[in-house]
Design a protein around this ligand. Structure first.
Ligand SMILES: [Zn+2]
Ligand SMILES: [Zn+2]
Length: 155
């Protein structure tokens, strides 16, 4: 699973490798994510920051306003501005990696769909993946091993 989890920005300056599978993958249909990506949703793989090996380049954080008021920094390639990952809530131990920046974005698929209240009407969700109008309780949805990893970094 950890094989092939390499990715990078559009210009090739930033390259990274994930040291393991992520804890959980969000497909977020909220208005913030739609605006920031210019698309229908974002795909975020949640992983410990220390499991992202930066092979080259130096992504720089850009702060964006949010509906919730919680801080959100998007780390972008300083040259081509591709968004590589996010830090939600200024938690330096945790990153939300943009799955579309993987060399093989099909390697990770959503474990949950969130904020479906603003899902675009033409997006049809698969029945077998949990979906929530707003958010959900990770304790009820995440695998035990992922919850343990989350506890190890967030307490
Ligand atoms: Zn770049
Ligand atoms: Zn969102």
């Amino acid at each position: 699973m950890s094989d092939g989890l390499e990715g990078g920005c559009a210009c090739g300056s930033v390259r990274y490798r994930l040291g393991s599978a992520p804890m959980f993958v969000h497909c977020c249909h909220c208005r913030d994510c739609q605006r920031q990506t210019g698309s229908a949703f974002v795909l975020n793989a949640m992983i410990e920051t220390d499991r992202i090996a930066l092979l080259s380049g130096d992504p720089k954080p850009v702060s964006v306003p949010t509906e919730s008021g919680r801080p959100h920094d998007i780390h972008r390639c300083p040259h081509c501005q591709t968004a590589l990952w996010s830090d939600y809530g200024r938690r330096p131990q945790l990153r939300f990696v943009r799955v579309g920046t993987l060399d093989n974005p099909a390697a990770l698929s959503p474990d949950v769909h969130i904020f479906t209240r603003s899902k675009l009407p033409w997006v049809t969700l698969p029945k077998e993946v949990p979906a929530f109008e707003v958010y959900y309780d990770p304790q009820k949805l995440w695998p035990t091993a992922s919850l343990e990893r989350r506890r190890a970094i967030l307490g």
